[in-house]
Design a protein. Structure first.
Length: 474
């Protein structure tokens, strides 16, 4: 095992890798339930329940297969699952239009799977030819350093938002959790001490969890992240006097619906081309859009997690980046065949890396955990959000250090780096951050007379993203 995964060679050990794998799983386990919710647009009943069940099983299977690819082929400590954002885009691009035009969301679901399958094949071709690796390595140095930091902010923002530390505000867009307001109901009546605590508990416990990780890490306690996840989980159930529950009743129906409309449903979706020239053009635009977004989400995640793990080569690029991208493309194809939206490398992999994961053994443990989810529906419900949010926020703290390497004295580097950094959390998208950073870099280089041949690739990237911004609403 040590020789196969190169555990000692990468300065790790089996215990650390197992803890890291568990950490990654708990940090991203929410996707098991969240993905089917997003794909059906949180609309339930009738055919939507059928789609939900099929996507639920497919989501777990693609996480298992995609993460196993990382474990056994690339031998890297990353995990894969259905991409957030792309699953919502899947709903508004395929399922909702099919419902409104024909009253048949299942047809739209299968047509969407066909488009995902095509984009997966495009990924695969680009990976096999080395084009994706070339594109990744052609990114300017300032963006390579800013992307991990931007992802760190993005991950931290996800953690803050998921647990409610940051709330929506109609005037300022976001605000800190309203502790005073949490003590009263809509009629202005005091809830009572215990009921008020139950509302506040996730926020308070998440903040305590963050401080606990920091203290344990400062004291060099190994496994600080997983220790905190377990501790906060126990505290949550004890202090709120609630008990975790399993909903095992839907397992049989989920497998039935998966077999009827999910698995190989993509091969029934070729009807998306049946609307003539306009339908063909629309399908091509959708394939290109999913390709672009997933490609740069993956590139960004790889640079971020590899930087965190000190797994970059002498040029500042992730080791085995081509193998990693091949894993991503194969998983996307597999996901379409199973019956779910685009599979991508998950940013939460950085939580496992922060816990010490350095090899494919980390990914193997994560994939086994997802496999168990298939029969213990939903395992994600056991660990509350307040227990995983501290891990995500802490990863954000660690990854921000990468921005210190950007040459801030050179404005031609500073502005693109800053735009990439800030746009990831503000637009809730890694690829948007890369896009705005790349466009900024090209424009500054062009108008300052510094544009060279090596900037051609990033220019093409910028042009493709500009086209996507104007042609597709996301």
């Amino acid at each position: 095992m040590d020789k196969f995964f190169k555990i000692s060679e990468r300065g790790s050990n089996v215990r650390t890798e197992i803890i890291a794998g568990l950490t990654t799983f708990f940090a991203m386990a929410y996707i098991v339930v969240t993905n089917p919710n997003q794909v059906v647009g949180f609309t339930f009943g009738g055919p939507y329940d059928t789609i939900w069940n099929a996507v639920y099983i497919a989501s777990i299977l693609v996480a298992v297969v995609g993460t196993l690819l990382y474990a056994l082929y690339a031998k890297l400590p990353y995990a894969q699952a259905c991409g957030m954002g792309l699953n919502s885009f899947f709903f508004v691009s395929f399922i909702l239009p099919a419902l409104l035009s024909e009253g048949d969301p299942i047809k739209g679901y299968q047509e969407g799977l066909f488009i995902i399958l095509l984009s997966g094949f495009v990924f695969l071709i680009l990976s096999i030819t080395g084009a994706r690796e070339y594109i990744a390595k052609a990114l300017p140095d300032c963006l390579k350093k800013a992307i991990p930091a931007g992802i760190g902010l993005f991950i931290a923002f996800i953690g803050f938002k998921n647990v409610g530390i940051i709330q929506e505000n109609q005037y300022t867009f976001v605000q800190l959790f309203d502790f005073h307001g949490a003590m009263y109901n809509e009629a202005g009546e005091f809830l009572g001490a215990f009921e008020a605590w139950k509302v506040m508990a996730p926020v308070v416990l998440a903040l305590l969890g963050l401080f606990l990780i920091a203290v344990l890490d400062k004291k060099k306690v190994k496994g600080s992240v997983i220790i905190t996840i377990v501790a906060v989980t126990v505290l949550y159930y004890l202090t709120t006097w609630t008990a975790p529950s399993f909903d095992l009743g839907k397992i049989g129906q989920s497998f039935k619906d998966f077999g009827e409309i999910g698995i190989i449903g993509a091969f029934k979706g070729y009807t998306i081309f049946s609307g003539g020239a306009s339908a063909i053009i629309n399908a091509i635009v959708l394939v290109v859009t999913f390709t672009l977004v997933d490609m740069f989400d993956t590139i960004g995640t790889l640079y971020g997690t590899a930087s965190q793990a000190n797994m970059l080569d002498e040029n500042g690029d992730p080791i085995d980046v081509n193998k990693a991208m091949a894993c991503d493309s194969i998983a996307t194809c597999a996901g379409a065949v199973f019956g779910t939206s685009t599979c991508t490398t998950f940013v939460e992999s950085a939580a496992g890396v922060a816990a010490g994961g350095r090899t494919g053994l980390t990914s193997l443990v994560t994939s086994i955990c997802f496999f168990v989810c298939l029969f213990l529906t939903p395992l994600a419900a056991i660990v509350p959000t307040c227990a995983t949010a501290p891990a995500l926020i802490y990863v954000g703290v660690l990854m921000l250090k990468n921005f210190a390497k950007v040459d801030m004295d050179d404005i031609a580097s500073a502005v693109p780096a800053f735009m990439a950094l800030i746009m990831m959390p503000l637009t809730y998208s890694i690829s948007n951050g890369i896009a705005v950073g790349a466009i900024s870099y090209v424009l500054i280089r062009l108008f300052t007379g510094k544009f060279t041949k090596k900037d051609i690739v990033v220019t093409i990237i910028g042009i493709l993203f500009i086209a996507r911004f104007f042609l597709v609403t996301m």
